[in-house]
Design a protein around this ligand. Structure first.
Ligand SMILES: C[S@@+](CC[C@H](N)C(=O)[O-])C[C@H]1O[C@@H](n2cnc3c(N)ncnc32)[C@H](O)[C@@H]1O
Length: 216
């Protein structure tokens, strides 16, 4: 049965308000009153906007709220592709975030419709905690990352959730998963990624990892 969160993501009204109303509020909520998540998000956006000839894949891209940043610095053959399984979210993305280098594909994060080693940057932001079987998604992300490429994840973490009354209950009712402190890191390690780094921002975590470069 679909969770409350999954049903919301498929709702056309929710997809219209998600980027401007829901996501900013949610991003703030992750820092439990602080600004670390908002600050990290800002830094991430400018990192994504750096110049380069890269292929970027945004897994569970929602309404494409990172597509403009990720496409801004693209040069040469560089492309941004957003993949999501919600038609409502993708319709919103196509309305709000268009460009010559931007495209969207409907697909399931568990079986990404791309060949091995295809992308230089593979993102999955604010989505893994909604996916009932999320760890295999990390394997898929690692699979489609090119040697020398990077994976960037933003999701929940249990680091300080014990301090938040009712947080586990809320997570249970909404269907949001709260990951153990090393769960994401260990899975990326096991998928062969290196330089796996975690930044905890309250009950959120950003994880950055690299796929080993195959060049000698
Ligand atoms: C909360 S939104 C996140 C959107 C955007 N990445 C962001 O950072 O704001 C979560 C998205 O995950 C998508 N999603 C959930 N499960 C998925 C799956 N198995 N495959 C592809 N997309 C999925 C939902 O449709 C929704 O658009």
């Amino acid at each position: 049965m679909a969770t409350i969160a999954q049903r919301l993501m498929g709702n056309p009204v929710f997809s219209q308000v998600y980027e401007r109303a829901w996501r900013p509020l949610f991003t703030r909520g992750f820092s439990l009153g602080g600004t670390q998540t908002v600050d990290y998000d800002r830094a991430l956006r400018s990192y994504l906007a750096r110049d380069g000839d890269r292929f970027v894949l945004d897994v569970a891209c929602g309404p494409g709220n990172y597509s403009d940043d990720a496409a801004r610095g693209l040069r040469g053959d560089g492309r941004y592709i957003g993949v999501d399984f919600s038609s409502a979210m993708l319709a919103q993305a196509r309305r709000d975030h268009r460009g010559d280098r931007i495209s969207y594909v409907r697909g399931d994060a568990h079986a990404l419709p791309f060949a091995d080693d295809s992308f230089h940057t593979v993102l999955c932001l604010a989505a893994l905690y909604l996916i009932p079987d999320p760890l295999p998604v990390l394997d898929e992300m690692a699979r489609v990352t090119a040697p020398g490429g990077e994976v960037i994840v933003f999701t929940t973490v249990r680091a300080s959730i014990a301090a938040v009354p009712g947080a586990d209950l809320l997570a249970g009712v909404s269907g949001l998963r709260v990951f153990g402190r090393r769960e994401i890191l260990d899975r990326l390690d096991a998928a062969g990624m290196t330089h796996v780094e975690q930044t905890v921002t309250g009950i959120g975590q950003y994880v950055h990892a690299r796929k080993p470069d195959s060049r000698p």
